[in-house]
Write a protein that binds this ligand. Sequence first.
Ligand SMILES: Nc1ncnc2c1ncn2[C@@H]1O[C@H](COP(=O)(O)OP(=O)(O)OP(=O)(O)O)[C@@H](O)[C@H]1O
Length: 294
Amino acid sequence: MTALAELDAVTRRYGNLVALDEVSLAVDEGRILGLLGPNGAGKTTLLSLVAGLIRPTSGTVRLFGRDPRDAAARVGLGTTPQETALPAPLKVGEVIDFVGGHFPDRVPTAELAAEFGLEELLRRQTGSLSGGQRRRLSVALAFVGRPKLVLLDEPTTGLDVDGRHVLWGAIRRQREAGAAIVVTSHYLEEIEALAERVAVVTGGRIAADGELATIIANAGTRWASLTSAAPDRVAALPEVAGSRIDGDHVELSLHDADAFVRALVASALPFTGLQLRSATLEEAFLSIVKESAA
Ligand SMILES: Nc1ncnc2c1ncn2[C@@H]1O[C@H](COP(=O)(O)OP(=O)(O)OP(=O)(O)O)[C@@H](O)[C@H]1O
């Protein structure tokens, strides 16, 4: 697979502060990469390097095989403008036309507006838009030039549930049309819904990088809940890592779910309503962050 963007041993300092520390990462064609990390982990710094807004202190950044500070390299790149940079007196349709005018092959305004639920707003001045509407316009603008790679930094922060789902639908369709997307979000369910690959950044380093399913599976923990007349004895079975007992209801975290089920059946303890579930991305994320801090 060809890497659209590549960081090789990239360090970025702000004065004495090391925001990124020897980070290597490749962004592949036509996929959605979710970039996760606690506040201040270095996600925006990483995206700014790929977008050519800042230079690495050391290491190399490549965008479509070139230096991202070279304007020609950025033709195939879509980014969301800072919302404060939207010119307030211009109408939504005019802003889309203005930004689209910078690209050789652009999505027609009406088509882009329909895709991002902006049809009713085309004649409104951007200064009069609500925060959520402004956010939708910003994300739409990232796609106006039919980019091969799009960087979305917290695209749905502040959006209501409906607005979030409109954007998720649009982002997925853009990916199906061939765009690769890097998205950061503090909404773990957003990354779980959109991303195929996940990279976790903590303290300026990549703490985990892999397929979404693998990242979750590697978190290891699985969960069981059941009802039993002998809750304490169930909680003392092998493979139980932790338990919460409420009357006859038992919630368990497990090392090995299959071995636990075998032990439960072999124990002949009474139980009903056994349910097993995997870790969520949120649980996997918290355990990766905790481990990397340790
Ligand atoms: N222009 C700057 N000058 C000085 N320090 C900066 C600058 N930009 C970022 N930093 C610092 O670099 C570190 C990484 O910041 P960055 O914005 O990349 O993190 P982030 O993962 O995007 O965080 P968040 O989730 O809070 O948006 C932080 O400690 C931040 O304070």
